[in-house]
Design a protein. Structure first.
Length: 345
């Protein structure tokens, strides 16, 4: 297929781009190159004849129209989004602009293109979202595709809104859409403001390793390359109008995850003292959801997908990658505001 990937210079988007090229697809990488984007993420495929890059903003209707008409994609994988909860607390407007208005503009452009092409049956619009739209769980239970939406942060509210827009364009205009909602991603190329890279970087720099609250919040951790595999499968085989929850089947508390990372660093980059000694509990973020956990039955039964990487395997691979790619980190850490505590309300 010829696939338009939005946000393809970001963390998850670049994993999708790399895997799609590896599997022989043609990819148009659309990215506005905002603060968290990095073209180094796709450097390994940038010289492929099947790869092209377009710098544009999904909120720009004229640019989107020109992009569809010029490149004639067979499918869209929509990953472009503002994604950091802490940033959404400090500046929610950008999340509404990109995640809501941007998705609307992209949907309109895709619909116009699809209708002008005679509504081809093979066309697909895959919208990539998050399990955070469902809110929070207690000690038990799992999110299913039928769980009611109850977002608790500006980020998750903006993603919930975009999910509803995509569903509505499928129902009202018959645009062939599929929606996925994933658990927490981690792995190589993750921007150094999220939990796992923050832990690695602070540990190596000898700084306090910040853990919100008591570290008891639980997440289901999904290795990013597993996620990319699931997304391509959902694009190719997902039932139209259907949503699929994609989880790593790897639940862990934040404090346990941080201690695992410290133990790996103790082994791979020994210091004078255990890295866990640097763990520091800090004031929790406002509205911090207690627990996320996904029931993956639908994606397993209908698409035959399961994660291949355990959290222990994935964490080791991730730490090894960050240790080996200091040049990539240095360039991003030089950007304004990276590494500062955000989202304190």
């Amino acid at each position: 297929m010829k696939i338009l990937v939005t946000g393809g210079a970001g963390f998850i988007g670049s994993a999708v781009v790399r895997l799609a090229i590896e599997r022989g697809h043609e990819v148009i990488n659309l990215d506005a190159l905002t603060y968290a984007a990095c073209l180094e993420n796709v450097a390994s495929v940038a010289m492929s004849p099947n790869y092209s890059f377009v710098q544009a903003d999904i909120r720009d209707a004229m640019a989107m129209e020109a992009l569809f008409n010029g490149h004639q994609p067979d499918a869209v994988m929509h990953l472009a989004a503002e994604s950091h909860v802490d940033r959404s607390i400090d500046g929610p407007g950008a999340f509404i602009e990109t995640n809501v208005n941007g998705t609307f503009t992209l949907l309109q452009a895709a619909r116009s293109y699809w209708e002008a092409k005679g509504r081809p049956a093979a066309f697909r619009f895959l919208h990539v979202s998050t399990d955070e739209v469902y809110g929070t769980l207690g000690a038990t239970g799992l999110f299913t595709e039928d769980t009611a939406y109850a977002p608790n942060s500006p980020y998750s509210a903006s993603k919930a809104a975009s999910d509803h827009l995509v569903r509505a364009w499928g129902e009202t205009f018959e645009l062939p859409v599929v929606i996925t909602n994933c658990s927490n991603n981690y792995g190589p190329y993750q921007f150094p403001e999220k939990l796992i890279p923050v832990v690695i970087l602070n540990a190596l720099a000898g700084r306090p390793i910040p853990v919100y609250g008591k570290g008891e919040n639980i997440r289901d951790w999904l290795y990013v390359e597993d996620h990319a595999d699931a997304l391509l499968l959902a694009l190719e085989k997902g039932e139209l109008g259907r949503s699929y929850n994609i989880g790593g089947e790897n639940e862990a508390t934040n404090i346990d995850l941080v201690r695992k990372i410290c133990a790996i660093l103790d082994e791979l980059r020994p210091s004078d003292a255990p890295y866990a000694d640097q763990i520091t509990f800090v004031t929790d973020r406002p509205g911090h959801d207690l627990r996320y956990a996904i029931d993956p039955t639908r994606v397993r039964d209908e698409l035959g997908w399961r994660p291949s990487v355990t959290v222990d395997e994935g964490l080791r691979k991730t730490v090894e990658w960050y240790l080996a790619n200091g040049y990539w980190l240095d360039a991003l850490l030089a950007r304004h505001g990276v590494g500062e505590r955000l989202g304190q309300g």
